[in-house]
Design a protein. Structure first.
Length: 206
């Protein structure tokens, strides 16, 4: 379903646009997603709509084959990558790994959420924050489409929010996974839109 409306109480939720993740996948789709997410954040702020910026500081417990592969890769990477300041799942990371990218231009009015699971709703207080603000609609962007964004979208839908997925303001290291989420999963969870469509509709309804 394509975008039909922006609720008066809508919030932008940007997933995992942090230095460690963006720099690890700094290809053209990621750079474009960051730029568009930053435009969305600026527009929501301009209209006094909540902006929630989410970073990830850990990994869910439990053994997975993907987790073991990632840990081996990180452990064998460059010295800067293995600086023992922060840890995710036992792998040492640079001190600024979880810092939000500069392009987001974090403002004092923004709401910052740190998560240790894929979904931004799990054990973070995000639902309590949004309900306290009277939010009825969540507009999602970020990285990665098939993981953090999709998990958060599923949770938002389960919590009863109207969900909007800004498909050109998100990216995934796997193009097939991105396409599957956008084409097969997201239409079941909410409405999809482009950055331009959301910005136009926010301006028209405020």
């Amino acid at each position: 379903m394509t975008l039909t409306t922006i609720d008066p109480a809508s919030a932008l939720v940007v997933i995992d646009l942090q230095k460690g993740i963006v720099s690890a996948h700094a290809d053209r789709p990621v750079i474009a997603a960051v730029e568009r997410a930053a435009r969305l954040a600026a527009e929501f702020r301009r209209h006094d709509l909540p902006v929630v910026l989410v970073n990830v500081t850990g990994r869910a417990p439990g053994r997975t084959e993907a987790g073991r592969t990632q840990a081996r890769t990180e452990a064998g990477s460059t010295p800067a990558r293995t600086e023992a300041v922060r840890s995710t799942g036992g792998a040492a990371l640079p001190s600024d790994w979880a810092d939000l990218v500069d392009e987001l231009d974090v403002q004092p009015t923004d709401h910052l959420i740190s998560k240790r699971r894929r979904s931004a709703f799990h054990d973070t207080g995000l639902d309590t924050l949004l309900r306290g603000l009277g939010v009825t609609q969540t507009v999602l962007a970020g990285i990665s489409t098939s993981s953090g964004v999709e998990s958060t979208a599923r949770s938002a839908s389960d919590h009863g929010y109207h969900v909007v997925l800004v498909t050109d303001a998100m990216s995934d290291p796997d193009a097939d996974s991105h396409r599957h989420s956008v084409e097969r999963v997201f239409p079941k969870l909410g409405e999809t839109a482009t950055t331009a469509e959301v910005i136009d509709m926010v301006g028209a309804t405020r």
